[in-house]
Design a protein. Structure first.
Length: 263
């Protein structure tokens, strides 16, 4: 993943994992398109990267839950032939029992975590496949696997990101385009602000820095991992999990019900 005169798009770039990705990709020689709602933060980050690396950095202010604003980003992804990497990092959080949650807040979370990611990936893929190169990184979460009582909507959205990515990997198996899912655990970012969970309640040993999480994710990408879990000590544990899932497949669709359901 080193290049000249190629562009990486990072959504949710104004803080946390997005900022770390922007810095690391600039270090790898990419020009950048940074997308987020906070223009001031984006401009500060862009200025820092320009002065430190000399890379070209464009700022696109967009709320990815707004149809008109996401359309602007989609058009750039469809038409800018320099784009080689899309980091689908923008996302939100909501941790509350569904019975006491706000339906509008859940809908907004689904729009951000699922709909925008799907639309942006759909916009960028034709160009990447036509040019015969490219990478899409979709940020899922460890809570796609470690489901909590208060995470019905959040875990549901992040499970979608994982399975969406795995389906794309099959679809693009003969293509030079790479798609990676990243499942970080707790990361010390602003993600937790207003989420319903207090990061301070977690043991320090559970919490990774954004820089470490992104460095691990990029190392996993370089190593060809289709799914990277930054804190997982042995990749064989994930491979065993996937193998166990695959053992279900031959019996997921049969002409007759299983014996235990037939009286």
């Amino acid at each position: 993943m080193t290049t000249q005169n190629m562009t990486a798009v990072v959504t949710g770039a104004s803080a946390g994992l997005g900022t770390a990705y922007a810095q690391r990709l600039a270090d790898r020689g990419y020009d950048l398109i940074l997308v987020a709602r906070n223009t001031a933060r984006l401009e500060t980050l862009a200025s820092d990267i320009r002065s430190r690396t000399g890379r070209a950095v464009d700022v696109v202010t967009a709320d990815l839950t707004d149809v008109a604003q996401i359309s602007v980003v989609e058009e750039r992804l469809r038409t800018d032939e320099s784009i080689e990497v899309l980091i689908n990092n923008a996302g939100g959080s909501l941790f509350t029992p569904l019975a006491t949650s706000d339906a509008a807040a859940s809908e907004a979370l689904i729009n951000l975590n699922v709909t925008s990611l799907t639309r942006l990936t759909t916009a960028v893929l034709p160009g990447l496949t036509a040019r015969g190169r490219g990478t899409v990184v979709n940020i899922s979460s460890a809570l796609a696997l470690n489901i909590l009582p208060v995470s019905a909507v959040y875990s549901g959205t992040k499970s979608y990101v994982l399975t969406f990515t795995q389906a794309l990997q099959q679809e693009l198996a003969e293509s030079p385009v790479t798609v990676q899912a990243v499942l970080p655990g707790a990361v010390r970012t602003e993600f937790w602000d207003g989420s319903g969970l207090d990061l301070a309640a977690f043991p320090d040993e559970w919490i990774m820095s954004a820089d470490d999480a992104v460095d691990a994710a990029l190392a996993g990408l370089d190593a060809g991992e289709p799914v990277t879990i930054p804190s997982l000590p042995e990749i064989s544990d994930w491979e065993s999990f996937e193998k166990a899932r695959q053992t279900l497949v031959p019996n997921l669709s049969q002409r007759v019900p299983a014996d235990r359901y037939r009286g």
